[in-house]
Design a protein around this ligand. Structure first.
Ligand code: URA
Length: 237
């Protein structure tokens, strides 16, 4: 049994709050009866109508994609560029959890589960994301210290991070750094490196929560197992 508004949002009708409005407006019927009580619960056998149209419960789907560069992290693109959703074959209305830039590659979770998306993207949850960055110039341990301690971006210090130098290419004046952050601010990794005067030349997300790119090639995706979905729910509890 679940609350009617939760059932409606899971069925893709509207957000939970909007669904509550629909109920209060008398637009929702359960088994032929108009329901205006927000505490009303339904199960999968109940027939639920909104404006006399039947609501079908959506199957929840969860995918891990190795996002290639030059793909847009959204459901539609007005410039008609390939979106990450275009890369996945499904009839369900899935969307990306969080964002990767157009020129960033790597691990991306997509789902039609709004509840887990809200939890994973909530700032209080501190979900770990690890990036592998190729940057211009030679990164020093002083730079690493700054990245780890926090950098002032738009007047707000970034949360504690971990950074490791993976390779220094003196000949070409490039460095390779692994950076783990728990926030998801816009262009955060690029801006953190920019602050310490290293331009990010290439960026790849290699870890998201406990997921890695293991067994995925660029552009490939796989469904999460039921066990992984449960693990994910436990992770954000
Ligand atoms: N930080 C960035 O700068 N870009 C991304 O795509 C992800 C994190």
């Amino acid at each position: 049994m679940e609350r009617l508004q939760k059932y409606l949002s899971a069925g893709g009708v509207a957000s939970r709050r909007k669904s509550e409005e629909l109920i209060l407006q008398g637009k929702v019927k359960v088994n032929g009866k108009t329901i205006t009580d927000l505490g009303f619960k339904v199960n999968d056998k109940d027939e639920v109508l909104v404006d006399n149209v039947k609501v079908f419960k959506q199957e929840k789907e969860y995918y891990l994609l190795y996002k290639p560069e030059k793909t847009i992290c959204s459901v539609h693109d007005e410039k008609n560029r390939t979106t990450v959703v275009d890369l996945i074959e499904t009839k369900e209305k899935i969307f990306p959890v969080g964002r990767l830039d157009y020129d960033t590659s790597g691990l991306l979770l997509l789902t039609n589960d709004g509840e887990i998306t809200n939890k994973l993207t909530h700032p209080s949850k501190d979900i770990e994301k690890t990036y592998y960055a190729k940057v211009d110039g030679i990164v020093t341990y002083e730079d690493i210290n700054k990245l780890e301690k926090g950098i002032l971006l738009d007047g707000v210090k970034t949360k504690k991070a971990t950074a490791k130098i993976r390779k220094i290419d003196k000949r070409n004046n490039k460095s390779y750094v692994e950076l783990t952050i728990t926030e998801g601010r816009n262009h955060q990794v690029k801006n953190m490196f920019a602050y310490i005067n290293h331009k990010v030349l290439k960026l790849k997300r290699i870890k998201y929560a406990f997921f890695t790119l293991e067994n995925l090639s660029i552009g490939e995706y796989r469904k999460l197992t039921i066990k992984e979905v449960k693990q994910l729910y436990n992770y954000v509890k």
